[in-house]
Write a protein that binds this ligand. Structure first.
Ligand code: FMN
Length: 232
């Protein structure tokens, strides 16, 4: 099957994206408007960009009536935000905060989520979240501000909160974190069926039938030292 994107509907494009790109992590984003009113909403178009400078990205869209999502508008007004990490324990309330409330009405109060002060920015984090990244706006890349469009909002992380039981000697403890991922429709998944693969250190033959020659090594060591971990 070949699908030319200009020959299918917006709805079918949406279903292809949310069904094919799975599971997606979820940014639970707290923001503040110019009047200091709080907003909280989940976004699964979310990922890491790089560890140094520590940078994350999430992508709010445009409503059918052409209005940008409140999180996007708030960050334009107050250029800082917190990306809270949700998990199995906070999944229900996270979902509640995806409700569309009138601008300025807080999903914190509506869903019964506790705002806790941040260290480096005015916008509070979610007290119940096991991990929270305080961010200052790095840049907004607008792909389209028309209905169906969206923007990539990059945040430079200034401070990270990690619940003590989730942090094990510099590593995040997966079993304690109990992360969730977003699937299509109403679907979510847990990270409970984990398998491991070592990354190859040298070029390997391409295992695909008809594959050509050797695949490129996945990472190259830096001269005279250990590779710097970068990509996910
Ligand atoms: C798990 C989950 C993930 C979502 N991901 C996105 C997303 O990546 N982009 C988006 O525009 N809306 C997404 N939504 C919908 C928004 O959360 C919803 O439109 C919310 O009302 C936006 O809030 P705001 O207008 O206060 O920013 C998601 C909803 C849920 C439940």
């Amino acid at each position: 099957m070949i699908l030319h994107v200009d020959q299918i509907t917006h709805h079918d494009r949406y279903r292809l994206v949310i069904g094919a790109i799975v599971p997606r992590p979820i940014a639970w984003v707290s923001t503040m408007d110019a009047a200091g009113r709080l907003n909280l909403a989940p976004f699964s178009y979310f990922n890491a960009v790089c560890p140094s400078p520590m940078t994350l990205v999430f992508c709010p869209g445009v409503h059918g009536d052409g209005r940008k999502k409140d999180s996007w508008r708030n960050i334009e007004a107050v250029p800082e935000f917190v990306i809270n990490i949700t998990n199995e324990d906070t999944a229900e309330v996270m979902n509640q905060t995806s409700v569309v409330l009138p601008a300025g009405q807080s999903e914190f109060a509506w869903a019964g989520v506790t705002p806790a002060p941040s260290q480096t920015i005015r916008v509070p984090r979610v007290a119940e979240a096991p991990i929270a990244f305080e961010c200052v706006l790095e840049r907004i890349v607008v792909i389209s501000d028309q209905p169906g469009g969206g923007a990539a909002i990059f945040g430079r992380v200034t401070c990270v909160h990690v619940r003590d039981d989730v942090y094990d000697n510099g590593r995040i403890d997966l079993a304690a974190l109990r992360p969730i991922g977003r699937l299509a429709g109403d679907g979510y998944t847990r990270a409970t069926d984990v398998f491991h693969m070592r990354r190859p250190a040298a070029p390997l033959p391409n295992p695909l039938p008809g594959g050509e020659g050797a695949a490129a090594p996945l990472h190259s060591p830096l001269p005279g030292g250990e590779g710097v971990p970068s990509g996910g």
